[in-house]
Ligand binder design. Structure first.
Ligand code: MN
Length: 242
């Protein structure tokens, strides 16, 4: 006759403990920078030449394969050993924002995030005007799609130096904004819906100094409005339409 051995829990319990320990070890390793990298270079969601003639294959090769890849690599290198609450790229960006000692980390982490987002905002045979709820939101915030487009183009044209132009959600309202260099709306508590990169590396081979032509071309021919619409965060928890 055997009695249960209290010093050795049943196999099932021991297995559960083992899984829990492994999970804790992975989490700790991640927090200490010894685990999986925070940023992963996302593949282009279309072939490199798919956006031509509006954005050439050569621009995409350099932009995705060199610039974006560089930001991802540097962000991961600088993030090693950094302890933050949370493990998402967005947590790292928010933690580094405004910290003088974390400037390089913020710049590279934001650029890694911004680029992954930007490439998803584009698609071949995109552009034109959105339809459905997104179109209604744009009309409600700007008066019309034409006025939104003018605001977006003006923001791109008026911005001095490198940066980004965004359509963001601020509560119920949609807003156009530009950010300088690597700065990103997620560091300011705003939800990005659409990004257009206005660093010279994004357009100079194809448009030289004609930044406004490049941005107009993106709006007219390349914006993936389905992706943009998918970024809208429903703020009304109840009482709204089903
Ligand atoms: Mn870029």
């Amino acid at each position: 006759m055997t009695r249960p051995n209290r010093l050795h829990p049943p196999l099932k319990t021991r297995f559960a403990l083992l899984v829990a320990c492994a999970a804790a070890a992975v989490l700790l390793a991640h927090c200490e920078g010894g685990g999986a990298p925070v940023f992963v270079q996302e593949p282009l969601p279309y072939p490199q030449d798919a956006l031509a003639p509006y954005i050439s294959a050569e621009t995409m090769r350099l932009h995705h394969g060199i610039h974006y890849a560089g930001y991802v690599e540097k962000a991961n290198r600088l993030a090693k050993g950094v302890r933050i609450a949370g493990s998402a790229p967005e947590d790292l960006i928010r933690a580094a924002a405004g910290e003088p000692g974390r400037r390089a980390l913020f710049n590279n982490a934001s650029q890694a995030w911004n680029h992954a987002f930007f490439f998803k905002c584009l698609k071949p045979k995109g552009g034109g005007a959105p339809e459905g709820p997104l179109a209604e939101r744009i009309n409600a915030s700007f008066g019309s799609f034409a006025r939104f487009k003018n605001a977006f183009l003006s923001a791109a044209e008026d911005h001095f130096g490198s940066g980004w132009v965004w359509l963001v959600q601020d509560g119920e309202k949609l807003v156009v904004m530009a950010t300088a260099d690597a700065d990103t709306p997620i560091a300011h508590g705003l939800a990005p819906l659409l990004a257009v990169d206005i660093w010279e590396h994004a357009y100079y081979l194809d448009y030289q100094n004609r930044r406004a032509d490049y941005v107009r071309s993106v709006l007219d021919n390349l914006v993936n409005w389905d992706f943009v619409a998918g970024q809208i965060q429903e703020t009304q928890k109840s009482g709204g339409a089903p």
